[in-house]
Write a new protein. Structure first.
Length: 359
């Protein structure tokens, strides 16, 4: 027994090492791009000539994307009569961004947010409902903006390379499918419950689930998940359309701020040939193309995709410094602020424990 315990101890350390490795991979990709780009030598000059006010606007947009996500969280808590402080909502928001940056296809943020809210005393069902509603609002904004991008940027998309164009179309198709799936499931939760029940029955029938206890445990777990989902749907329609509109607005503004970072970097380097909507919509297609690539934080795919999609807009001399700034504001800032809020939350919890220990 003691030997088994000693073997499990390194697991947590290995998890931290993997997260660090993902960040290092992204840094390594940018280093490789820098080594292969002959124009990197002029990066210092390009950055020195950048207009700070435009770059400050880019930073503000990145921060405002967090703010709108947090406002969505606060609004859902208000609708559901869930007591969470401003700091707790902000911390939960940044925990989501932090783990989204370190997991493939951004799948780690929502489970970790549920755990974070559970630590604040929010029931698991209510916490799950909050994350599901936020996801539905975000997905609506993604499909809406991406659809506009596909229509408006038809010709520029055709000029992209075959690989990039294929990724954009696949990403768009997956996002539309997810949106339709979530919409149908929202309108008819029993339909989704039936799919899960039939899948479990199929696995049991073909002996992929061998033990009866395992099947019963999985069925019970699925039932709890669907109860949480039904609660999320009930919350969404509690105030009907009047209650849903603010959530959709916050989701749209969060995504719009995130996508606008690229445009303000573009203007920061003194470029103005392309209008704001062109750059923003093009960024929406790039983000959609790399969002379902199973690499944490889109490491490698995001940097390479930026080079291919925005290389002609920024020009040879500016494409690397612009990609570097964009990645810092849309990826590394998630990690940095996430760590800050996680440490601050831990410090607050320790301060609360001190009086009890002294007593």
């Amino acid at each position: 027994m003691e030997q088994n315990k000693t073997e499990k101890k390194p697991t947590k350390g290995n998890g931290i090492a993997k997260k660090i490795l993902m960040v290092l991979i992204s840094l390594g990709v940018m280093g490789l791009i820098a080594a292969l780009d002959p124009n990197v030598s002029s990066m210092g000059d390009a950055l020195s000539r950048a207009k700070p006010w435009w770059l400050l606007c880019a930073l503000l947009c990145a921060v405002m994307s967090y703010v709108f996500n947090m406002l969505m969280h606060l609004d859902i808590c208000r609708i559901a009569d869930i007591n969470m402080t401003f700091f707790e909502c902000a911390t939960t928001t940044m925990v989501g961004f932090f783990y989204n940056a370190l997991t493939p296809m951004q799948i780690g943020g929502q489970p970790m947010q549920v755990l974070q809210m559970r630590g604040y005393g929010v029931p698991v069902g209510s916490a799950t409902s909050i994350t599901l509603i936020k996801y539905m609002s975000w997905q609506f904004a993604v499909v809406l903006i991406a659809t506009v991008g596909m229509i408006v940027l038809g010709q520029p998309i055709a000029l992209l390379g075959t690989a990039v164009r294929t990724l954009v179309l696949i990403g768009y198709g997956i996002n539309v499918f997810v949106f339709v799936f979530v919409t149908v499931a929202t309108l008819n939760p029993k339909w989704l419950t039936g799919i899960g029940d039939r899948l479990l029955a199929f696995l049991k029938r073909h002996r992929l689930i061998r033990k009866e206890k395992t099947y019963e445990k999985a069925a019970a777990s699925w039932g709890r998940i669907m109860n949480d989902y039904a609660m999320a749907v009930k919350l969404m329609f509690k105030r009907k359309l009047r209650g849903a509109l603010p959530l959709l607005f916050f989701g749209f503004m969060e995504l719009a701020c995130f996508l606008s970072v690229t445009y303000f970097i573009y203007r920061g380097f003194g470029l103005s040939e392309y209008p704001a909507h062109h750059v923003i919509l093009l960024q929406s297609l790039l983000s959609m193309a790399v969002s379902f690539i199973p690499i944490p934080g889109g490491a490698g795919a995001s940097e390479g995709g930026f080079y291919l999609v925005f290389g002609s807009l920024f020009g040879m001399a500016l494409r690397f410094p612009s990609m570097l700034l964009w990645r810092m504001l849309t990826y590394y800032l998630n990690i940095i602020l996430g760590i800050v809020f996680i440490l601050a939350d831990g410090f607050r919890k320790n301060r609360r424990r001190l009086p009890k220990q002294e007593a």
